[in-house]
Design a protein around this ligand. Structure first.
Ligand code: WT7
Length: 574
């Protein structure tokens, strides 16, 4: 296979000194990284201690840990305050008998309380599960049910989306905000915090004890609970240093919500393990608001996603001159392919080359990256970080020659590798079906210089605005609508969002296609599942292409949509 965009344009090389990378690989040892942690000697560990308390013990208590703002609130929290607050929250959980190994979920918009409760949960050794605030009833229920969560931290506004009567294990709801309703199992965050002691014995854990669960979508079945352990901190700390390039005086902003793995691994753990001031901006995206956040906080390192950069590009370069972005030193991206045009635009607009990074919920941390000291080839995800080996394998597990597309695979293990798919060992094993390798499900190729180039998902998972959406989850919701007989969902390429969701629908008897019906179905998914999972395009069909075993052939739908050959139809139903 011939690829045309693999040359490095001289003007696009930030650091032409490739040997910097080779030297880093040569020198590399995970053991040496581990020696940074207090547990190197004791063997006992707690992420919240390493991220917060440790800096206080080392005299950095007065340093700002969190710079929070949204449209109605602005707050700076020091490391000492963060320690005290999370100690209190740990005591709140203990009071209700919650501790090591329990699953505690958080379902609320970004706020200082979200970060305090996440850290407090970790301090008592519970496993935290952050949920994106846009999830609706079914999505919330599926995740709480599968994880067997015993407690949920949420807000009065989101409470109606929690189907408590269907969740017998969910005993405690801790409510953050004003006008807290009273009732069995309902706790008032503020009142509980006022009464809680600041004196907390941290739960010391083993490196392989649980830390965090993130639910992510697959192409079939319900969302998967990707389970990470304490040991992941080695990778968070290290990539924070060498990929995010964090230094003591940095002001760092990761734009992701903690409901997604980027918002925890790199919105909480990496910056705080490195003792850096962390900017959190609540609320929705707007170009003015984002530029203002960068300028006002004098952000030096900024981690965002292609969809955001594309929207900023769409908003134009003119407005940028109204903001002082002179403090920016390093800009990074993750979530979906970063278009070369965006890299070039970023260079012109911000004087910064956007560094693409590749990883997944399952990998827990960055693996293939562009980072300082490396030549950047726009459009490439970069090269594996020191300590990690990546390869392109054929379906039998053999490495293929350069510039050949195949399965993007990572040699096992690495510190932040997931340790379980909750309740689903068979799913977990699938990732490791080729001995010695983790199979990512992405297809890519590697060029002669060891740079990786993303090609697409091997299965049908849709990536819309950087969020992964399983077609199955959307289809399941669609067929709950009274008019829908069958539904097949695909990702349709879209300039701004990467992909949008397009649904092909066959209607039940007695229903006729109409625009009102499309609108109603869209709303139904939006309100029942989440806005990002709702189909922006709907097409009615008399019949959907299916296999004899009844599986909808999304690949055929996609071929129709994109005017491509439909490929092998041997398994299709009449
Ligand atoms: C999938 C993982 C890890 C945080 C965000 C997404 C796609 C991710 C890139 C990139 C091309 C990318 C892949 C991957 N993806 N980064 N730099 N270039 N594609 O996490 O929801 O687990 O999704 O996102 O397809 O497998 P996620």
């Amino acid at each position: 296979m011939n690829h045309t965009h693999k040359e490095v344009l001289a003007s696009e090389v930030t650091h032409s000194n490739l040997s910097h990378y080779e030297q880093a690989v040569e020198r590399f040892s995970w053991k040496e990284i581990e020696s940074h942690f207090t547990w190197y000697d004791t063997g006992k560990v707690n992420m919240a201690y390493e991220a917060i308390d440790r800096h206080v013990a080392e005299g950095l208590g007065d340093k700002t840990a969190l710079l929070y703002s949204d449209s109605s609130r602005e707050e700076a929290v020091t490391f000492a305050q963060m320690k005290e607050q999370s100690d209190k929250f740990g005591n709140v959980l203990r009071k209700y008998g919650i501790g090591k190994g329990d699953r505690v979920f958080i379902f609320m918009p970004r706020s200082p309380e979200l970060y305090v409760s996440l850290l407090g949960t970790l301090k008592v050794g519970a496993v935290v599960g952050p949920l994106f605030e846009a999830f609706m009833e079914t999505a919330v229920k599926d995740r709480l049910e599968d994880s067997g969560a015993v407690a949920l931290i949420t807000t009065p506004a989101l409470l109606p989306r929690v189907k408590r009567e269907e969740l017998p294990l969910l005993k405690h709801l801790i409510l953050v905000g004003e006008d807290i309703p009273e009732g069995e199992g309902l706790l008032n965050y503020q009142k509980e915090m006022e009464q809680a002691s600041t004196d907390l014995q941290i739960e010391w854990l083993d490196r392989e004890d649980g830390m965090i669960m993130h639910y992510t979508s697959g192409s079939t079945g319900k969302p998967k609970g990707v389970y990470h352990v304490q040991n992941a901190m080695i990778q968070h700390y290290y990539t924070g240093k060498v990929v995010l390039d964090l230094r003591e005086d940095d002001v760092y902003w990761c734009t992701a919500d903690p409901g997604w793995v980027t918002g925890t691994s790199y919105g909480i753990f990496a910056p705080w393990l490195n003792g850096v001031t962390n900017v959190i901006r609540g609320g929705r995206f707007s170009p003015q608001d984002w530029y203002n956040t960068l300028a006002k906080n004098k952000v030096t390192v900024w981690y965002s996603a292609p969809t955001a950069f594309r929207m900023l590009m769409g908003a134009g370069s003119d407005m940028i001159s109204e903001y002082d972005l002179s403090h920016l030193r390093h800009v990074l991206s993750v979530g979906e392919p970063l278009n070369p045009e965006v890299v070039r635009w970023g260079h012109k607009a911000y004087g910064q080359r956007i560094h693409d990074t590749w990883w997944m919920t399952e990998t827990g941390g960055q693996l293939i990256c562009n980072y300082p000291g490396m030549a950047i080839k726009p459009g490439s995800m970069g090269r594996p970080i020191p300590g990690v080996k990546a390869a392109i394998l054929d379906d039998q597990g053999r490495e293929v020659p350069p510039n050949t597309m195949g399965n993007l695979a990572i040699q096992t293990p690495w510190p932040s590798m997931m340790r379980q798919i909750w309740n689903n060992p068979a799913k977990y094993e699938e990732y490791f079906r080729i001995p010695g390798w983790y199979i990512s499900g992405d297809s890519a190729y590697m060029d002669e210089e060891g740079y990786f180039w993303f090609q697409g998902r091997i299965d049908d998972v849709i990536n819309s605005s950087g969020e992964r959406i399983g077609p199955f989850e959307v289809e399941s919701k669609l067929v709950e609508h009274p008019a829908v007989a069958e539904a097949g969902v695909i990702g349709k390429p879209d300039v701004t969002r990467g992909e949008i969701i397009k649904a092909f629908i066959s209607l039940r008897e007695g229903y006729e296609p109409s625009q009102e019906l499309k609108d109603d179905i869209y709303r139904f998914v939006k309100e029942g599942l989440s806005a990002h999972a709702a189909p922006r395009e709907i097409e009615f069909k008399d019949k959907l292409p299916k296999t004899r075993s009844g599986k909808i052939m999304r690949r055929v739908l996609k071929a129709w949509e994109l005017d491509l050959p439909t490929g092998d139809l041997s398994t299709i139903e009449d």
